[in-house]
Design a protein around this ligand. Sequence first.
Ligand SMILES: NC(=O)c1ccc[n+]([C@@H]2O[C@H](COP(=O)([O-])OP(=O)(O)OC[C@H]3O[C@@H](n4cnc5c(N)ncnc54)[C@H](OP(=O)(O)O)[C@@H]3O)[C@@H](O)[C@H]2O)c1
Length: 348
Amino acid sequence: MSGANEKLDKLAGDYKAISDKYGEGLNGKIAIVTGSNTGLGYEIARALAACGVRVFVASRNLQKGEPAAKELAEKDTSKAQVEYMHLDLASLKSVRTFAEDFRKLGLPLHILVNNASSWMVPESMSPTEDGFEYQAASYYFGHVYLTELLKDKLESSAPARLLWTTSASETLGTINWDNIELTDRTSNFATYGTMKMYGQMVARVYAKQLKSKKVSVYMGQPGMSSTDFFNPEKFSWYKPDATLQWLLQKFIGLTSEQGAWPIIFNAVAPEDQLQSAETGLSMGPEYYDTGVLQMPNITNKGLIRYQEPQNDNIKDYSTCERLYEATIKLLQRKPVVHNGPKLGNVGS
Ligand SMILES: NC(=O)c1ccc[n+]([C@@H]2O[C@H](COP(=O)([O-])OP(=O)(O)OC[C@H]3O[C@@H](n4cnc5c(N)ncnc54)[C@H](OP(=O)(O)O)[C@@H]3O)[C@@H](O)[C@H]2O)c1
């Protein structure tokens, strides 16, 4: 497949080159990128803005989101249109308000990037007001609700794309069908891996569900990239798995520009160069699979390629569908959702 094995370094971080090569046809399109005040989301928003896309920086913190949007608007081209909109994915109420505010703008939606996530948050943050473990709320339940509320927008704006930022930590995921909200677990690496696995599972379902509507769904993951995700200031140093991740990404990780490139590629490359999320494949940097951790190929940090899912739950489409249906039913029982627009095509 052409494109999939391009050297990252050729284009990662070179937003003019990305715009020159892939920007045609993107000018004036509308995108929402969650968690784009920093890290990979920031780079994804930057690439889209450089391609002439009007980008909404959807993030939970006004003090970080507004300056980031302003900076992005001025960064690469004076024509860039980047705006901040408040979205706390860990609150279903906030997700609903965000979707309602976006709809009030009367704009189409061509690209939705489900990117934001939290990692190893303090135990005091769980359960959330809606009864979810915090990481699961912020990456999984929040994004599923957001997608459900904006799905018709994507459909009516087609051709459109729905992107998920995934993670190699899906290998750690396990399902307890009696507690998919994960409140029976601590907010550790395995719980993070579980909710990232959930994301890949529903991305497969959305890809199949939306195919006939000309909404393409793609998954991309950054390997191990140097962002604030592993910033030790957010953790206690006694957490050994956090410390290990921090050290690894500092010494052998990719830059945030390199890490964002697989997801940017999913946003800008022609469809014939991409593999639908329905396949379970996720675009990402080349890495060595040690059986426990997937380590970026430090001898050649430049390659991206499709990666097969490692987790049996992702591989089995019927399990993916079961999770989607269980998730929609769970969401429908939450008061904010119950009293809001009807969700999906799953009965309550
Ligand atoms: N970095 C890596 O090596 C790596 C590896 C695999 C996968 N990933 C995935 O890449 C994605 C982006 O991560 P990153 O590395 O760019 O991390 P990051 O620099 O920490 O950025 C995460 C973004 O998500 C936002 N966020 C967190 N919780 C949120 C919530 N409840 N509502 C709204 N926004 C929220 C953060 O907002 P604040 O600024 O307010 O915290 C921030 O904007 C995540 O899905 C992560 O799982 C990263």
